[in-house]
Design a protein around this ligand. Sequence first.
Ligand code: IMP
Ligand code: MG
Length: 186
Amino acid sequence: MDPNVARILDRLPQTDPLIAAKAIENRIAALADELNARYPDGVSIISVMTGAMPFTADLIRQLTVPVQVSVVVARSYEGTAQRNGELKLRLPPEACAVTGQHVLVVDDILDSGQTLGRLFADIRAMGPASLAGCVLLRKERPDITGRIEMDYVGFDIPDAFVVGYGLDYDGLGRNLPAIYALPGGA
Ligand code: IMP
Ligand code: MG
């Protein structure tokens, strides 16, 4: 645990969040309405760990249709808030029924789209009845062309490094109930 990172995060709750906890809650309720309408026969959710943990937990509790949940572990940011590091994906063989199922991938943020692009290809190869994506945040990345599209998006945000509500800075800050842009962009 880096004490400098901890110190930066410690100060964040005294600043204005980019997205307040109440706004997240309201938006999730609206997304859940759309998902309940789309999947009357149920949905198999694959949640991308670790960032999507709080989002998935709050979202599924607003779903009234039959829901299965499994997780996939993805990691593309080694250490700090840098855009590098190798992408690692692990879809466990016991991942909830995918073949012939309506699958919804839930993630915290669409940034470069690399993680979700790879995951979608892997899941599509397993023959789902349908495949859709839901992210809480979609980062503005005009530099990226051909980025994978998401079917459900909570909020569009500028190209800043954000932390809180599942999103981490060097492993810390996932527990913050609101979302903050790091000062200076990190
Ligand atoms: P990708 O670039 O779309 O593949 O994003 C991969 C992952 O990087 C996301 O699922 C997040 O876990 C993480 N990530 C991207 N942008 C941010 C950010 O601003 N803050 C914290 N994590 C981020
Ligand atoms: Mg993630």
